[in-house]
Ligand binder design. Structure first.
Ligand SMILES: Cc1cc2nc3c(=O)[nH]c(=O)nc-3n(C[C@H](O)[C@H](O)[C@H](O)COP(=O)(O)OP(=O)(O)OC[C@H]3O[C@@H](n4cnc5c(N)ncnc54)[C@H](O)[C@@H]3O)c2cc1C
Length: 394
């Protein structure tokens, strides 16, 4: 895409491109095609492909790494035009949203040329190997061991809650390389090809049904030493940097679910009926829906302001914890409201009388409980805010 310097001309180029390329199917409400809105569709993939061909999945990355080479201002114009055209957010791999920015900054030239273009083209699927059975909130206590023997690390141990490990091509993984060093300093950051012999993955079933969760086991897995990102013992610093991206991305969940068939007000009108003025009939529900919508709008506005500040280099890093905490609490509130609107049927699971749409609401409510845990629990976010933002004593 032409990176025209005049912002007004650039805006027209971007908006014309979206108009010509955004698939008609995605302009309809999710679910209008009669298919499960949670499943990936060929037209969604086609849209990602078109975006990727222009570098628009990673707009500020250099063109040589599959990005569009946009300046921060141009990237902001792109996201404004996407919002204006009501372009839906489609879930993308952890490679693009989490690993990419850190790899761009800390990867070796070889690592960047091996991985970044594939990530930017959405061709390579990454998973995140952080949590272990004994190390979640206290992640720095992790014990998966990587011993440097000759030209290779030999990795032994176990990761848990590894989302999509069974589909992933690669994992970015925290390992302990120095058991004698203090717990934060003995950690390194490895890029691991999931096809390497010795890796086994087993899926985990959740309360909401089959899930993307897996356990990942490492049994004498040999990883070339060139796959170390950063230097030996720098893993904790890189991990924290990556978590900021994760928390920011997770906060955006509270803005609403792009794959939901009906918006919250539409769902409320359907469930509760409407009065003569076309308003949601139940005044109590109406107030709660209005509050959720206003809070979502406030979150969206704060997120875009914070993104602008980050692009201008003015970001206080821990804003991500605040957005993640608020976004996940808002998500919980939205789901609880949806469930309560369905009265006694709200906890329907299966069997006669429960439509697939109703069961989806129940399962999404259960799945949303995970938002307060993934990427660091809400209690941990509160600790971070207390310490780093409010400067409260330990
Ligand atoms: C949907 C989802 C997706 C995930 N995907 C991944 C993934 O892809 N890769 C990955 O590596 N991990 C993943 N995780 C794991 C996630 O990062 C951990 O579950 C999380 O960090 C919490 O760790 P834990 O489950 O061990 O809980 P624990 O750390 O055992 O915490 C248990 C409870 O104690 C509280 N607690 C713990 N320490 C403190 C403290 N210091 N102060 C106050 N309260 C505290 C916690 O808030 C929590 O309520 C995912 C989790 C979920 C839910």
């Amino acid at each position: 895409m032409n990176t025209e310097n005049d912002p007004d001309k650039f805006r027209i180029i971007v908006s014309d491109w979206i108009e010509q390329n955004y698939p008609a199917e995605l302009r309809q409400a999710p679910g209008a095609d009669g298919q499960d809105p949670r499943q990936s569709k060929p037209y969604e993939q086609a849209w990602l492909q078109r975006m990727a061909e222009q570098g628009l999945l990673a707009p500020t990355w250099p063109k040589e790494y599959g990005g569009a080479g946009f300046s921060a201002d141009q990237a902001r114009i792109l996201s404004q035009e996407q919002r204006r055209a009501k372009v839906r957010a489609i879930p993308i791999s952890a490679g693009l949203s989490l690993l990419g920015p850190v790899l761009l900054e800390h990867g070796t030239p070889e690592q960047k040329s091996q991985h970044l273009s594939k990530i930017a083209r959405n061709e390579c699927f990454w998973c995140q190997g952080y949590s272990e059975p004994g190390s979640g909130s206290d992640l720095a206590s992790l014990s998966t061991r990587a011993e440097l023997i000759g030209e290779e690390f030999v990795v032994n141990g176990q990761k848990i809650w590894t989302s999509h490990a069974d589909d992933a091509d690669w994992m970015f993984c925290l390992v302990r390389t120095d058991p004698e060093a203090s717990k934060h300093e003995g950690i390194s950051f490895l890029l691991i090809d999931m096809k390497t012999p010795g890796i086994s993955v087993s899926p985990i079933r959740l309360i909401s049904g089959p899930s993307a969760f897996c356990q990942t086991f490492f049994d004498d897995v040999r990883v070339p030493k060139e796959n170390l990102m950063g230097h030996l013992g720098q893993g904790w610093t890189l991990a924290k940097q990556l978590l900021q991206h994760e928390r920011q991305a997770l906060g955006s969940i509270g803005r609403g679910d792009a794959r939901r068939a009906l918006t919250l007000p539409e769902l409320a009108a359907q469930e509760m009926g409407t009065d003569d003025l076309g308003r949601i009939a139940d005044p109590g529900i109406r107030t709660q829906v209005a509050q959720c919508e206003l809070d979502s709008l406030a979150l969206r506005t704060t997120m875009s302001r914070s993104a602008d500040e980050a692009r201008a280099g003015q970001s206080g890093g821990h804003i991500a914890s605040m957005l993640k905490l608020y976004g996940s609490e808002l998500t919980t509130r939205r789901h609880e409201l949806m469930i309560s609107m369905r009265g006694a049927d709200g906890i329907g699971w299966e069997g006669p009388g429960f439509t697939p749409a109703a069961m989806r609401t129940t399962r999404q409510w259960l799945r949303a409980k995970g938002n307060s845990i993934e990427g660091g629990t809400n209690e941990i976010q509160r600790n971070v805010i207390a310490k780093r933002v409010l400067d409260l004593p330990e």
